[in-house]
Design a protein around this ligand. Structure first.
Ligand code: HAM
Length: 433
């Protein structure tokens, strides 16, 4: 048989990467807890129709789609939002609002594999459903801010826009929905000229083209001022003016809350997913031109799935990309690790004692491996060193008679006899750095 490899775009995570993945996942879960988001687990396989409904052409065309053995058209989820909206439109429809729901897990897109872009990747996803108020939008951005910091990133920035500005103009100009979505897809790929041409072909007014040409170029870091100027630029387009006002309100709340993260407002910013109706944003770190997270407001999706009209705002973070970001930011926090020890019996008759001592250490939260290869002491210590253990705990007859063991600090290469009762205390009081 030929040598098997992982399927293109799929990866194995060996210990360090798996640990980092679970660390970021754990951080995301802690942030969910701090902000009152309850975790829900939804299926990896959903109906194609549900996932495709408002995904947008870009995501839709990259889904892993297949027929199950019952002939149903299904797909691997490319994101969580459709699944959460389905739940709120059905099972949770009569529950009191707002909903704060958190999910984390693997999602699938047939993207072209490259650094930070995979076909199986992990997202942490937060949805706040039931509120149309700007404080809900601000909350989603603030929790993103918390997650990035707690994951160990110290330099990142928000890119911010508002779908309502462009949609407001195009609706008033009676551009049909399908064309609007196509325009947004082009803008998402920064193909502004083509996007503008498409709008022009739809037969909009000359003034509209003038406004749009100025809008797509318009951006700045003085976010309140930029949002204000967008409002002036789109004068006459009522809904677009409202959208700019909404954006300004959200930004005002963010600044008032004390958020110091760098922000840029880009009037020509669009996102690939089609369900957005209001604020949209993404997170970037310097030296990486791919987003670490993205989200926004989508007020009509739950209704579209047959639920009560429910305004909603949410965000998903790319866990793989956060991992990359943390690795590239040198002075980012290091992972805090539990102390580790290798327990080694001096001779065969002491294996039971060694297992017992290992259990005691684990009960005190020390990570323990027991020597299971029957190695002689020198070899066993060499192995413990290779495995980057902090300590070796040597179980010998003479010490046991005194209810003690020998603890060897493998980093400092010193050892001492310690009473069994005091093992963890000794480990905690010593540095292994
Ligand atoms: P999204 O922008 O499509 O939004 O994806 C969110 C994040 O997933 C991206 O910012 C990126 O970090 C990560 N990501 C996307 N594609 C890949 C890939 N091929 N490889 C690695 N990471 C990737 C959503 O999924 C929306 N559901 C967010 C949302 C929630 N909006 C409202 N609620």
């Amino acid at each position: 048989m030929s040598e098997f490899k992982t399927v293109r775009g799929m990866r194995d995570f060996l210990s360090d990467e798996a640990e980092m993945l679970r660390y970021v996942e754990g951080t995301a879960r802690r942030v969910a807890g701090l902000y009152g988001y309850e975790e829900i687990v939804t299926p990896v396989v959903e109906s194609y129709e549900l996932l495709a409904a408002k995904a947008g052409e870009e995501v839709r065309s990259r889904m892993f789609v297949f027929k199950d053995l019952g002939g149903r058209d299904v797909a691997l989820r490319p994101e969580f939002t459709a699944s959460v909206a389905r739940l709120v439109a059905t099972t949770l429809r009569n529950e009191p609002r707002p909903f704060r729901l958190f999910s984390v897990g693997a999602v699938y897109r047939y993207d072209e594999p490259q650094r930070g872009r995979y076909r199986e990747f992990w997202q942490s996803n937060y949805e706040l459903m039931g509120s149309k108020r700007p404080e809900a939008d601000a909350e989603i951005m603030l929790l993103t801010d918390s997650l990035m910091r707690k994951a160990g990133l110290n330099r990142f920035a928000f890119k911010i826009g508002h779908v309502g500005v462009l949609r407001g103009i195009l609706n008033q100009e009676k551009v049909e929905d399908k064309t609007q979505s196509a325009v947004m897809q082009l803008m998402d790929k920064k193909q502004y000229d083509e996007a503008l041409r498409k709008v022009e072909d739809a037969g909009v007014s000359r003034e509209c083209m003038t406004v749009l040409r100025r809008l797509v170029e318009f951006s700045g870091k003085d976010v309140l001022a930029v949002a204000g100027e967008i409002g002036v630029l789109v004068e006459g387009y009522e809904k677009a003016v409202e959208a700019a006002k909404n954006l300004r309100e959200i930004l005002g709340l963010l600044l008032e809350s004390g958020c110091k993260t760098e922000m840029t407002v880009e009037a020509g910013f669009a996102r690939g997913l089609e369900y957005y109706t209001g604020l949209i944003f993404e997170v970037y770190v310097p030296d990486m031109d791919i987003a670490l997270g993205g989200g926004g407001r989508y007020d009509r999706l739950i209704e579209l799935f047959g639920g009560e009209p429910t305004p909603a705002v949410g965000v998903a973070h790319g866990i793989d990309r956060i991992m990359l970001g943390v690795q590239t930011q040198k002075n980012a926090q290091r992972l805090e690790k539990a102390k580790s020890a290798m327990v080694i019996p001096i001779k065969e008759e002491l294996r039971g004692e060694a297992l017992k001592i290992a259990q005691m250490l684990r009960d005190a939260s020390v990570m323990v491996e027991v020597e299971v290869m029957g190695r002689k002491m020198a070899k066993a210590l060499e192995d413990a060193d290779r495995r980057k253990m902090d300590y070796a705990v040597i179980v010998g007859e003479r010490e046991l008679k005194e209810e003690a063991v020998v603890i060897r600090n493998l980093r400092k290469r010193v050892q001492e006899t310690v009473k069994i009762q005091r093992m963890t205390e000794r480990m905690e009081n010593q540095s292994t750095a």
